[in-house]
Design a protein around this ligand. Structure first.
Ligand SMILES: [Zn+2]
Length: 256
């Protein structure tokens, strides 16, 4: 996430008020809209483009061969794609661009989900389809700064929609992702650095409020390069596992 892009990444106060009023007016139609969540949706047909990080043509290991779920529909925002570069590492740390990391992980996640039979949209950061977007879940994929911060600058962060009409669903999506991403990557959850750029993420105010949505910072672009650059499969598997945990209503952990 690039915190300097506040105009895009934060919802304006007016937009939040406007959204709330619109929400109240349309709440009576929510039941009808929910019914549409379980119908099939067309795929976007966006071709894989992993050349920037050298993952083009890569075969994703461990794709699912279980019963497909043709009625599930998920949106993945490839953070900053089509808008800007996001964070950029200095040449001394590889010169990596956040947008390339995000797109790579989003596309690998898409392949995992499609192996389960899930219909997936890969969305740009300012994709016009985000306005009123309806799906079983929306996950926006970002990576954290390449700057060294005080303290422990490793780990991942997730924030959920605050004004969702189904807050219990958004909370469950977040819990599933936290659990499965930690299991797949070994990264710790960093709850102490959740920013307003995450909790007030612009897409949260654009999508249909019945769509559960989260934004994930998949790791830090300096200390977590071993994952984000060298092994993005693990990150993608963690996100896909988290989404399937939510869609299939899997048990999150033995304690929950
Ligand atoms: Zn970002």
């Amino acid at each position: 996430m690039n915190t300097k892009k506040n105009s895009l990444f934060r919802q304006s106060a007016w937009k939040i008020i406007s959204r709330t009023l619109t929400t109240l007016i349309t709440v009576c139609g929510a039941a009808t809209l929910m019914a549409t969540l379980f119908t099939a949706w067309p795929a976007t047909g966006i071709a894989a483009n992993l050349s920037s990080l050298g993952w083009e043509g890569a075969n994703v290991p461990g794709l699912a061969t279980t019963t497909p779920h043709p009625n599930f529909h998920v949106g993945l925002v490839a953070g900053h794609w089509g808008y800007d570069t996001g964070a950029v590492c200095p040449d001394s740390l590889g010169g990596y661009r956040e947008v390339d990391i995000n797109y790579t992980i989003a596309d690998l996640t898409r392949q995992h989900l499609q192996a389960y039979g899930v219909t997936v949209d890969i969305l740009k950061e300012s994709d016009e389809r985000l306005e009123g977007y309806e799906a079983n879940a929306l996950v926006s994929i970002h990576a954290d700064t390449c700057e060294y911060l005080e303290g422990h600058t490793s780990g991942f962060k997730i924030a959920e929609t605050q004004s969702n009409h189904r807050p219990e669903q958004a909370a469950r999506l977040l819990k599933c992702l936290e659990n499965r991403y930690a299991a797949a990557t070994g990264l710790i959850i960093d709850r102490n650095r959740i920013t307003r750029d995450m909790t007030e993420y612009h897409a949260f105010g654009e999508i249909n409020p019945i769509t559960p949505a989260v934004i994930i910072e998949t790791g830090y672009m300096n200390k977590d390069q071993w994952l984000l650059i060298d092994d993005p499969y693990k990150a993608a598997k963690g996100i896909a596992d988290g989404i399937m945990c939510y869609l299939e209503r899997q048990q999150i952990s033995p304690e929950q």
